[in-house]
Design a protein around this ligand. Structure first.
Ligand code: MN3
Length: 206
């Protein structure tokens, strides 16, 4: 079966400073992301080979195909594995600003303007209760982009949505630098968004 490995970081741990500090990035990647990866492998090890031979993206898109007793573990750890892989890559040093091209058009069509989208994303993600993620997603059934808030490690893929841009608001993502100030972390995070990556994901999703 496929043994998932902790994905390599696309930049150094200190590359997103001062917006996200190096120590937080290192613990987040080497401890948290590693744990989801290890536990995903453990859960898949208990599945039949037809499941083991599928990509985690396909498994998350239809969790009914996995045995009932493993569904919770694969939802949580598979979601955690995939979400964090997307997260590292939808950030970059010297990122931020506003998107152009197809992403800008899609955001304007769904939210009215980039400013309206940013306000909706920030304010809704800030008040997610407990742990979760804010996402800009592509909805294949409407051919539009949407905002969705997901709890814990639940992947947008479990709802038939394609993740384009994700923001992790579990406390482990920001606590060392921002303590309880989640809105400050969110405001800083916009400075490291990798819009080129979001654009790539949108073109693949269409
Ligand atoms: Mn996390």
């Amino acid at each position: 079966m496929t043994q998932y490995e902790l994905p390599k970081m696309p930049y150094a741990y200190d590359a997103l400073e001062p917006h996200i500090d190096a120590r937080t990035m290192e613990i987040h990647h080497t401890k948290h992301h590693q744990t989801y990866t290890t536990k995903l492998n453990d859960a898949l090890g208990k599945c039949s080979s037809d499941i083991q031979n599928k990509d985690i993206v396909d498994i998350l898109s239809d969790l009914n195909q996995v045995p009932q007793e493993l569904k919770g573990a694969i939802n949580f750890n598979g979601g955690g594995y995939d979400n964090h892989k997307l997260f590292w890559n939808n950030m970059k040093p010297n990122g931020g600003g506003e998107p152009g091209g197809a992403v800008a058009d899609a955001i304007n069509a769904s939210f009215g303007s980039f400013a309206d989208f940013k306000e909706k994303f920030s304010s809704t993600t800030a008040v997610i209760q407990g742990s979760g993620w804010g996402w800009l997603v592509y909805n294949p059934s409407t051919s539009k982009v949407e905002y969705v808030a997901m709890s814990n490690q639940d992947s947008p893929r479990t709802k038939g949505l394609v993740p384009l841009l994700g923001l992790d608001v579990w406390e482990h993502a920001y606590y060392l630098n921002y303590q309880n100030k989640r809105p400050d972390y969110i405001a800083a995070w916009w400075n490291v968004v990798n819009w080129e990556e979001v654009d790539n994901r949108l073109s693949k999703a269409k």
